[in-house]
Write a protein that binds this ligand. Structure first.
Ligand code: SF4
Ligand code: SF4
Length: 367
């Protein structure tokens, strides 16, 4: 466990699957040097296979006694899909526009397919996924090189690019399959929670760019922050697949309003739900029904003209209110320790370079 924990809440009721977050992340971090197939942030359709394909069945994480479970390294061609390029240079010669490989799989191959039969009981919703910056990271536990570390200052999980030897035990060990092997550098890489941005008091690129305003970011122990309120106070944000045993720090407000199914005559079936609550419980645990009831009750209050702080938070009238990096926590740390101007990102993406400063500071209990 770190001294403090930066966390994210995503309200699935508002995600429109636009992939703006995916593009924001990709253009910032993974559009070069062997990272073409990596999606540190992806948004998948549920039910669906996800990315990499069938990641929920690829093992990893911990068993109930706390031992690491076996996992597999996904196959590039079969499970991620080989990223393709187009023959732009041939177009002026009158050639047909086409990809350089025969695409067989890729992220969102099954986008918007979902399950059920239209128009009777079909349904789907979107799940955006990043690394969960877990309290008990299976990636870290799997690494024989001790190359993965969790920053004490904010709980962000990073891979020391100098120590990593590309063994890929972490890829197999992460039950969310949120570590990717870079075939060009021979190292593993993952979501870094946009730490160069958050250290400047900015939210991650995926949060900042989110069109649906579904993403809240802040410290779990910051009682004034909306993340704390949603996770610890109202308890309406739940971790994904907590049964994997890694204690994730990305939390989800599950879908609350499920439209009714239709009967054979195309009439709504009163009291029926298209999204099976058992499926939501499989993803987000046994608290789902309570969360749905809490939010429905608050909606009713609001409809009747009463106040609801919870609904006001979830509506997110003001985008900037969704991000609370604890009023300059990082800059206050740097200033008080006399830290030099921030070093270039790649240099700090290494154990101890910057985290040591924060560790000492926090040990003095001054945050
Ligand atoms: S989600 Fe996976 S990669 Fe991220 S900290 Fe947890 S175990 Fe590690
Ligand atoms: S940008 Fe926001 S609304 Fe769009 S897919 Fe990403 S999380 Fe969903």
């Amino acid at each position: 466990m770190s001294k403090r924990q930066l966390a994210m809440v995503m309200d699935l009721n508002k995600c429109i699957g636009c992939q703006t977050c995916t593009v924001a992340c990709k253009t910032q971090w993974t559009n070069r040097n062997g990272r073409d197939y990596m999606y540190w942030n992806n948004v998948e359709t549920f039910p669906g296979t996800g990315y990499p394909r069938n990641w929920q069945n690829l093992g990893g994480g911990f068993d109930p006694s706390g031992d690491l479970k076996k996992g597999v390294v996904p196959n590039l061609e079969r499970d991620y899909g080989i990223p393709w390029e187009y023959n732009y240079s041939e177009l002026e010669k009158g050639k047909q526009f086409r990809p350089h490989v025969d695409p067989r799989w890729g992220p969102n191959w099954d986008e918007d397919e979902g399950a059920g039969t239209f128009p009777y009981d079909n349904y789907f919703f979107y799940i955006p996924r990043i690394c969960n910056h877990c309290d008990n990271p299976a990636c870290l536990a799997s690494c024989p090189r001790d190359a993965i570390f969790k920053r004490d200052s904010d709980g962000v999980v990073l891979i020391d690019q100098e120590r990593c030897q590309g063994y890929r035990y972490c890829v197999a060990g992460c039950p969310y399959k949120k570590i990717y092997f870079n075939p060009k550098t021979g190292k593993s890489e993952k979501c870094i929670m946009c730490f160069p941005r958050v250290e400047k008091g900015l939210p991650s690129a995926c949060s900042q760019q989110c069109v649906g305003r579904i993403r809240f970011m802040g410290f779990l122990d910051d009682k004034e922050g909306q993340v704390h309120k949603l996770v610890n106070e109202y308890k309406v944000a739940l971790p994904l697949r907590a049964d994997y045993g890694t204690t994730p720090n990305v939390f989800y407000v599950p879908p609350v309003d499920s439209p009714p199914k239709y009967d054979a005559n195309g009439k709504p079936i009163p009291g029926s739900d298209r999204i099976p609550v058992e499926e939501l419980e499989r993803l987000f645990g046994p608290e789902v029904k309570r969360v749905i009831k809490t939010i429905k009750d608050e909606k009713e209050k609001k409809k009747n003209g009463k106040e609801s702080q919870l609904l006001d938070i979830l509506i997110a009238f003001k985008h900037s209110d969704m991000f609370r990096m604890d009023h300059g926590y990082y800059s206050k740390n740097s200033a008080s320790m006399g830290t030099k101007k921030l070093a270039p990102i790649d240099e700090r993406y290494v154990r101890g370079k910057e985290t040591k400063v924060f560790t000492n500071f926090l040990e003095r209990g001054q945050h």
